[in-house]
Design a protein around this ligand. Structure first.
Ligand code: ADP
Ligand code: ADP
Length: 232
């Protein structure tokens, strides 16, 4: 579903260049939860921003669902972005909009009618167990509830893949488990392919089928989680 081939990302030029990604190769099969584990500065955010098409690799290619997305621009780039959902550490909810309005936001951008939006938002909120919170504002929610809204919004356009950028790093252990259980449930029920980045092995152990370890912009280890977990 996601194929990352020989991806290199260099920031800056001349003396001050930083090689954030150095010949990264990864393959995330359809329907899998794939984890990328790394310390701060390893290049995790850069990798996810490349897959999310917010950043362009300096060289190398990324293919999502058979389409090479690294070569796209303009309208086709925007269309490809719609097929990728993303959740964030700080949730990135719009504070002046209600829960329902936040979830409806990507549907509005797509030009969906009000009737369709309303039905879809109801469906999405039920999927994440937040029907009762449709009309409240994010400030009135707990962290776990905010991330549920983030997940509902990310799934609004029925994306092919869900990218998770440290989505549980701001949550306590119990809430983290609940959010990871929800992600696993979505993966099992809808066959959703998930690429998640994290600095915590416990997150990878809990829900990932496969994982890769990123260090200084390079993949140093890759495989089934059971083999990686045996590493010191
Ligand atoms: P992580 O998400 O694993 O913490 P990042 O992808 O944020 O890692 O960063 C990888 C490396 O690239 C770091 O050395 C970081 O300082 C550098 N970097 C990230 N973004 C930029 C940028 N926009 N400009 C210059 N350097 C950057
Ligand atoms: P800005 O560049 O001003 O942040 P964006 O259009 O990038 O505006 O984002 C608008 C809203 O949608 C923001 O709240 C942002 O967090 C959220 N958002 C951005 N990218 C995604 C995505 N891939 N999936 C879901 N929500 C997103």
């Amino acid at each position: 579903m996601i194929r990352i081939e020989h991806v290199r990302k260099v920031y800056g030029r001349g003396e001050g260049t930083v090689v954030a990604l150095d010949d990264v190769n990864l393959e995330v099969p359809q329907g899998q939860i794939f984890g990328v584990l790394g310390q701060s500065g390893a290049g995790k955010s850069t990798l996810i921003r490349c897959v999310n098409l917010l950043e362009r690799p300096t060289s190398g290619t990324i293919t999502v669902g058979g389409q090479e997305v690294t070569a796209l621009s303009g309208r086709s780039l925007r269309q490809a972005r719609q097929r990728i959902g993303m959740i964030f550490q700080q949730f990135n909810l719009l504070t002046s909009r209600t829960v329902a309005e936040n979830v409806a936001f990507p549907l509005e951008i797509m030009g969906e009618s009000k009737t369709k939006r309303r039905a879809r938002v109801r469906e999405l909120l039920s999927l994440v167990g937040l029907e009762e919170k449709a009309d409240v504002y994010p400030a009135q929610l707990s962290g776990g509830q905010k991330q549920r809204v983030g997940i509902a919004r990310a799934l609004a356009n029925s994306p092919d893949i869900l990218l998770s950028d440290e989505a549980t790093s701001a949550l306590d252990p119990q809430t983290t488990r609940a959010i990871l259980d929800l992600l696993r449930d979505l993966n099992q029920r809808m066959g959703l392919t998930i690429l998640l980045i994290t600095h915590e092995m416990s997150v990878v152990k809990q829900i990932c089928h496969q994982a890769a370890i990123l260090e200084g912009g390079r993949i140093v280890e890759q495989g089934r989680v059971s083999t990686l977990a045996a590493q010191p």
